[in-house]
Design a protein around this ligand. Structure first.
Ligand code: XMP
Length: 531
């Protein structure tokens, strides 16, 4: 296994991700772990991450001595290379200007790390790599025993190596995709230089994660808010695998879920997994509070507030229920790595609130519970893979995202029970047809080809004709987008034949809707949801 020591870079998790993609087990730990910890961990190789700090700002940032005493290969990335240079007897100095972004690096001296993986060659025959750089300082003198491995005009020592010990330092970031050969470089370090075993697959991650949860929780009880979304579902399945009946899931049904969703969640978790699930049907309460409210922000706030109220009440009951015995001590959440990064403030804070998001942060403190977040280090695609490894159905695990306030923000204006029912039925038809329509070129269906697709209920009536009669009914809009990060999105160019089928079915099968439109707005300036 590989040990990654984190010096505080924003992309350290990406190193772990690349190492795991090479099917090698790895763990990230802070750079100041003890020498004993490192010896006990017994890594086959160590990677020192980059940092937001410069060597001069913070002299405390050094790798523990055990890293150098263990006799295993070490790869220093950016700041990690500085630590290596300084601790091995080289020199680091502040640079005149920062180098940030794309750079072309020349490879020197045929090292096991860079040999033969250049992206192009110069007229003089030098192998060149296209990389991503972000650093202020630079190494100005190689430590004894090291040779030059890479350079750029402004950074004469952009890579160094002492191959007798398996020590490599790179100034650029191989973990980001902008470094074209980054994946190959990390694969080489991990598999060929450190000779780590490529035996880490999702199944073994399940075992690791289960063991960790058991150790963390002991014989205490855990509560988890199940929403039917991917993250909370996978978290529930994983924790249930680890501790069985010590876990109680609380499923708050706000009455704003997709058609049949409540039943499916119960069937899956209570029925198939035999997990303890408390199904709280709070739809009357939610719809009651929403009656007469038309402002989108106010609706969001009401739904968020009620959700917290209902969940808190249930959790308090569970905490007290067996107070005589143990009582719940933990609140589990399906927080995944991108959530951690986002709330850590590494993304720029938006100056204006476009939409108040459903937010359950702060709940563990209010409830006096400890926080259990077993998916904290995983990316979305890894969470999905984990879900499959835990036996959750493919369709559940590869679902489009669904907003916390649910159909509450897809019925425009006032949310009436009648509108919710019409929307649920129309939306189910849309999704069914998206899944059924296969694109002949890619072989994928249109649900897979879109990032998010749903129906929006418009509380306006329009005139239509059915048979010999006049109709005066509601309108729905279909929305389907393609996006990689949900920050920007393009409307999906669904085939006309598919749109035609969906509109025909909705108008014929859902009495009360006589017109279907397709939303052709991109984000920005529109948003994905309509409210
Ligand atoms: P917008 O509409 O802002 O949506 O373009 C971007 C993504 O966020 C989802 N969304 C939410 N997710 N709670 C959530 O968990 C919310 O309150 C919420 N509002 C929007 C939306 O579905 C889309 O995927």
């Amino acid at each position: 296994k590989i040990l990654i020591l984190d010096f505080g870079s924003q992309v350290t998790q990406l190193i772990a991700r690349r190492v795991r993609e090479a099917n090698v087990f790895c763990e990230i730990h802070p750079n100041d772990v003890s020498d004993d910890f490192i010896r006990e961990f017994a890594p086959k190789g160590i990677i020192l991450s980059g940092s937001h700090a410069s060597t001069y700002e913070d002299h405390e940032l050094r790798a523990p001595q055990a890293v150098w005493d263990l006799g295993v290969p070490v790869l220093g990335i950016c700041y990690g290379m500085f630590a290596m240079a300084v601790q091995q007897g080289g020199e680091v100095e502040p640079a005149d200007h920062r180098e940030f972004g794309y750079a072309e690096v020349r490879a020197h001296g045929h090292t096991a790390l860079l040999q033969g993986i250049e992206d192009f060659s110069t007229a003089e025959g030098h192998g060149m790599l296209k990389v991503w750089m972000s650093h202020g300082d630079k190494v100005t003198a190689l430590p004894p025993g090291f040779k030059l491995m890479a350079s750029t005009p402004s950074c004469p020592i952009a890579g160094m190596a002492d191959e007798s010990r398996g020590y490599y330092g790179v100034q650029f970031h191989p973990e980001v995709t902008h470094t074209v050969q980054g994946r190959e470089l990390l694969n080489r370090f991990v598999l060929e230089i450190a000779k780590a075993k490529a035996d880490w697959v999702m199944d073994s991650y399940v075992d690791e994660a289960v063991a960790r949860i058991r150790e963390q929780v002991g014989d205490e009880e855990v509560i988890l808010g199940l929403s039917g979304g991917v993250d909370s579902s996978v978290a529930a399945a994983l924790i249930h695998r680890a501790i069985g009946d010590q876990l109680t899931c609380v499923f708050v049904d706000h009455g704003l879920l997709r058609l049949d969703e409540g039943r499916m969640v119960m069937e899956m978790f209570a029925g198939r997994l035999h997990a303890k699930v408390v199904h709280v049907d709070a739809s009357a309460q939610f719809l009651g509070h929403l009656a007469g409210v038309t402002d989108p922000e106010q609706k969001r706030k009401i739904i968020g507030r009620e959700f917290v109220e209902v969940f808190k009440a249930e959790a308090a009951k569970l905490k007290a229920a067996n107070a005589s015995a143990k009582g719940a001590k933990w609140l589990a959440q399906g927080t995944i790595y991108p959530d951690v990064v986002e709330s850590g403030g590494t993304k720029t804070k938006k100056a204006v609130t476009i939409k108040s998001h459903h937010n359950v942060g702060g709940l563990p403190e209010q409830l006096g519970l400890k926080l259990l977040e077993p998916l904290r280090e995983l990316f979305k695609d890894e969470v999905r893979e984990l879900g499959v490894a835990l036996g959750l159905p493919h369709d559940m695990v590869y679902r489009h995202p669904f907003p916390g306030p649910g159909l509450g923000v897809r019925v425009l204006g006032e949310v009436k029970p009648e509108y919710v029912t019409l929307l649920q039925r129309a939306d189910a038809i849309f999704i069914e047809e998206l899944r059924a329509a296969v694109d002949p070129v890619s072989g994928k269906n249109w649900y897979e080809l879109t990032s998010q697709a749903f129906t929006v209920f418009l509380p306006v009536k329009s005139v239509g004709v059915m048979g010999d009669g006049r109709t005066y009914d509601y309108v729905v809009a279909l929305r389907a987008v393609q996006t990689s990060d949900f920050m920007t999105a393009d409307w999906a160019e669904l085939p006309y034949s598919l749109l035609k089928k969906v509109s025909g079915r909705i108008i014929n099968e859902v009495r009360g809707i006589n017109r279907v439109t397709y939303d052709v707005s991109s984000k920005p300036p529109a948003t994905i949801e309509w409210e």
